[in-house]
Write a protein that binds this ligand. Structure first.
Ligand SMILES: [Zn+2]
Length: 412
């Protein structure tokens, strides 16, 4: 999260919680500052909206702003993860939602425009305008190789760019189509030896994206026509319904898939014991979610294949499994890992360094703040872009900057 103050108002950009419980908590200084007039949400992943219930409980009195699908998915996420009264107290703060590219005043003199960011349904760059100063916050930027949403061809110019840097150290992602074909082959192999293919998924975006590619694989004959796609992810079901509701947010490829395939996100929740692909919800560490029961049921069967296409923190259960560990301990049981392990590459929903650099070139900022990344990718990205912008800053947590001073120093 980031806070912007002018002399009249204060706006928070996103209000996330840490995904990994081992990470250091956010400083109280940021969390408890409830004299904020508005919270502006880029997209509803937990690390961008998950702290809203605490923020409201601590006394936030302002309004929450986003595009339509972000509100719906935020509600789904909070009602799933929080006591009802805490979720309701957040949703009561919501102001009327807007469309992409619609300008709205969120606090006195501060205007916001959401611009598509191709990361998940409705995800947005946020352009903030305040008294002639233009700040563009990237939120999370999508991976251009993916086809669900259109990657922006142009972006507005801004004085200041707050840019995510998750993959700042990766020049290029592996080719997505190669990764996908590889996964189709792996599924085929597994099903033909009567095994199951459980995939560890996050409920927002990775689930819907895989549902689409599995249905497309069946439609185009790369996967067996009668392949069963089982979804074992309660939040994933709700979010998939929201995806189906907002067809106008998708790329042309998905729009035509609706016409050709009917429902491109089709699945069943009924598991009848026959070989199938199972999308099972997982926490980021892999030790919570529906996937755990599938580990217990299936890790010791050499006919099965477990796939790990999502980010996992180093040393976590999901990471150890994806790296091919021999045994795991779950719910008091020791399990020998005999199933095949599949660690597909190229599925990231974040831009690589080359794509992030394209954004810098479009926005032409005077100053770039590199945020939302570990230090290694931030430093790598700084090296890559420093010749193209006036100044690149790697801010510390809760570090404050007077933008007018920084900008006038640049101009001097
Ligand atoms: Zn995200």
């Amino acid at each position: 999260m980031h806070r912007l103050d002018n002399n009249k108002a204060s706006v928070l950009l996103d209000c996330g919680s840490r995904l990994d419980k081992n990470q250091i908590p956010l400083p109280d200084r940021l969390k408890r500052n409830t004299n904020v007039n508005a919270v502006v949400l880029s997209h509803p992943h937990t690390d961008h909206v998950g702290d809203l219930p605490n923020f409201v409980e601590q006394g936030f009195k302002g309004g929450i702003f986003s595009v339509h699908p972000t509100k719906d998915i935020t509600a789904a996420l909070l009602f799933q993860n929080e006591p009802r009264h805490r979720a309701e107290s957040v949703m009561e703060k919501y102001k009327p939602t807007v469309d992409h590219n619609q300008r709205v005043e969120v606090a006195e003199g501060i205007y916001v425009t959401f611009i598509p960011a191709a990361h998940i349904l409705g995800s947005s760059f946020t352009l903030i305008e305040n008294n002639g100063l233009r700040i563009l916050f990237s939120g999370d930027v999508g991976n251009k190789n993916k086809k669900l949403f259109d990657f922006p061809e142009t972006l507005p110019e801004a004085d200041v760019l707050l840019l995510e840097s998750t993959y700042g150290a990766r020049e290029l992602h592996p080719d997505f189509n190669n990764s996908l074909n590889d996964m189709y082959h792996s599924i085929d192999r597994t099903i033909s030896r009567s095994g199951n293919f459980p995939i560890s998924v996050f409920s927002i975006q990775r689930t819907q994206e895989l549902l689409y590619h599995l249905n497309k694989g069946k439609y185009e004959g790369q996967l067996p026509d009668d392949l069963r796609i089982v979804l074992d992810a309660p939040l994933g079901e709700v979010v998939t319904d929201i995806y189906l509701h907002y067809r106008e947010y998708f790329s042309d490829e998905i729009s035509s898939a609706f016409n050709m395939m009917g429902n491109p996100f089709a699945y069943t929740t009924h598991y009848d014991g026959k070989p199938c692909v199972i999308l099972a919800s997982s926490s980021i560490s892999g030790s919570e979610g529906k996937i755990v029961q599938h580990y217990i049921n299936g890790l010791e069967n050499p006919n099965n294949t477990f796939a790990f296409p999502s980010y996992r923190p180093p040393g976590s259960l999901a990471d150890r499994l994806a790296r091919g560990c021999d045994t795991v301990h779950l719910r008091g049981k020791s399990l020998e890992v005999k199933a095949e392990i599949y660690d597909p590459r190229g599925f990231s929903s974040h831009a690589d360094a080359t794509q992030l650099f394209e954004i810098v070139k479009m926005v032409k900022p005077k100053i770039v703040f590199l945020v939302h990344g570990e230090n290694i990718p931030r430093i790598a990205l700084k090296e890559k872009i420093r010749g193209s912008v006036g100044e690149v800053i790697l801010p510390g947590i809760a570090e404050e900057f007077d933008l007018e001073t920084v900008l006038s120093k640049r101009a001097a």
